[in-house]
Design a binder for this molecule. Structure first.
Ligand SMILES: [Zn+2]
Length: 355
C-alpha cells in the first residue's frame, strides 16, 4: 500500500532523473527503473563494474524508503525528518549494511575476519521487522558467496520474506552468485559512468580540475578506479604494474610483491580488485605496444609517460600482439569469476610471455 499524502502537500520532490537531485552521478537506468516503481520488492541485485556508485545508490534508496516525510514516489528523501537524521548519523535501527564481504558458499575458507558478517548475523538481520519504520533494509555490498549456511539463509528468506524486509545486494561479478540465488533477485544493471560524471565527483572530493579530468579520462567510467589512479600516483602501484608488464613481456619473471596477494588482511574481493587494476594497466600497455609496433614512434599513446619503456620491449609481430590483447581480455573475464587472484595473475603472465 502506498503512503498517502498528508494535507495534500508533497514535502519531498521526486528526484529529477536528469539533474542528479538524488545525490548520485550516472545511474540513469536505475533511477528511471525505481522512478517508475510503485512498490518496492523484497530483493534486488545491483550489478555492474566496481566504482560506479551501486552502494551509494542503495543507501539513497534505503533512506528514501525510511524517510517519514509524505511522498508521492519511492525515490527522494527530506534530510530533515527524525528518520533521515538517524540515517545521516548512521544509527538508523532499520538499516543494516554489511561492513565486509559476506562469505556465502565456500566451506573452510579464510573467513576468520573480525568485521565479517556471519551466516548467523544474516539469518537474524533477515528475520527482524522494522523497529521504527515499516521497512527494514539490509544492504549486502560486494557480496561474495561462501558458506552453504548463509546461502540457505538467503534462500529461506526468498521462500517466506518477512513483511517489510528489503535486501539489496551489490556485485561486480554477478556470474559468481549461485544461480538459485541470482534467479530470485530483481537485477538492476549499472553502466560505467561518463568521464564528465567521474570528473565531477573527483572535483567534489577536492581534486583540482585538470587532474580530475585526466584521471577521469583514463578511469573508464569508475570512480573507484579514478581515485585509485590518483592514489597509485602516490603509492607507485601504476609504475610497478608497468614494470611488471615489461618484465613479463620480455620473458623475465616479474616481481608481483606490489600486488600483495599473500597479504592475509585482504579478502578475496579486495585481491580481485587489485588484480583487475593490474589487468587494466596491462591492457593499456599492450594497446600502446601494439600501436607503437603498427604506427611507429610518433603514434599517440594512452600511457604517454611510458613510451621509453614500451620502445625497449623486444619486437613482436602484429598477430602475436592481437593474440596478447585477446589473452588479456580472457584474464579479465577470469578475474570476474571465482578463480583465485593468484591463478589469474599467472594466466595473465602466460599471455604476455614470448612464445
Ligand atoms: Zn526524511
Amino acid at each position: 500500500m502506498r503512503r498517502r499524502l498528508a494535507g495534500g502537500r508533497c514535502a519531498v520532490r521526486a528526484p529529477n532523473v536528469s539533474d542528479g537531485v538524488f545525490g548520485v552521478v550516472g545511474a540513469r537506468a536505475p533511477l528511471a527503473f525505481f522512478s517508475r516503481l510503485e512498490r518496492i520488492g523484497h530483493a534486488y541485485l545491483f550489478s555492474g563494474p566496481a566504482g560506479v556508485g551501486k552502494k551509494t545508490f542503495a543507501r539513497r534508496l534505503a533512506q528514501s524508503l525510511l524517510c517519514e516525510a509524505p511522498k508521492t514516489a519511492l525515490l527522494g528523501y527530506c534530510e530533515r525528518c527524525p528518520s533521515c537524521r538517524l540515517f545521516a548519523a548512521r544509527t538508523h535501527p532499520d538499516f543494516v549494511e554489511s561492513e565486509a564481504t559476506i562469505k556465502i558458499g565456500k566451506e573452510g575458507g579464510s573467513a576468520q575476519h573480525d568485521a565479517e558478517f556471519s551466516a548467523r548475523d544474516l539469518v537474524r538481520e533477515l528475520s527482524l521487522h522494522g523497529y521504527r519504520s515499516r521497512y527494514r533494509i539490509v544492504l549486502l555490498g560486494d557480496v561474495a558467496f561462501a558458506t552453504h549456511e548463509a546461502a540457505n539463509a538467503l534462500l529461506k528468506f526468498f521462500e517466506e520474506p518477512p513483511g517489510g524486509v528489503v535486501v539489496f545486494l551489490t556485485s561486480d561479478a554477478p556470474g559468481s552468485l549461485l544461480p538459485t540465488i541470482r534467479s530470485r533477485l530483481v537485477e538492476v544493471a549499472f553502466s560505467p559512468l561518463s568521464a564528465a560524471d567521474v570528473a565531477s565527483v573527483l572535483v567534489a572530493d577536492g581534486i583540482a580540475g585538470d587532474k580530475a579530468r585526466l584521471a577521469a579520462e583514463v578511469a573508464l567510467g569508475s570512480i573507484t578506479r579514478a581515485r585509485s589512479i590518483l592514489d597509485d600516483d602516490a603509492s607507485g602501484f601504476r609504475e610497478a604494474a608497468f614494470a611488471w608488464f615489461a618484465h613479463a613481456a620480455s620473458g623475465e619473471r616479474p616481481d608481483g610483491g606490489f600486488l600483495r596477494l599473500d597479504d592475509r588482511s585482504l579478502n578475496g574481493a579486495q585481491k580481485r580488485a587489485v588484480v583487475l587494476d593490474l589487468i587494466e594497466i596491462v591492457r593499456t600497455a599492450a594497446r600502446d605496444w601494439a600501436a607503437l609496433t603498427l604506427g611507429g614512434e610518433r603514434t599517440t599513446l594512452l600511457a604517454a609517460d611510458q613510451r621509453e619503456r614500451f620502445a625497449r620491449l623486444p619486437a613482436r609481430n602484429p598477430s602475436a600482439l592481437v593474440a596478447l590483447l585477446a589473452g588479456a581480455a580472457e584474464s579479465e573475464r577470469l578475474a570476474r569469476t571465482n578463480v583465485s587472484a593468484g591463478l589469474v595473475v599467472d594466466h595473465l603472465r602466460m599471455q604476455l610471455a614470448p612464445r
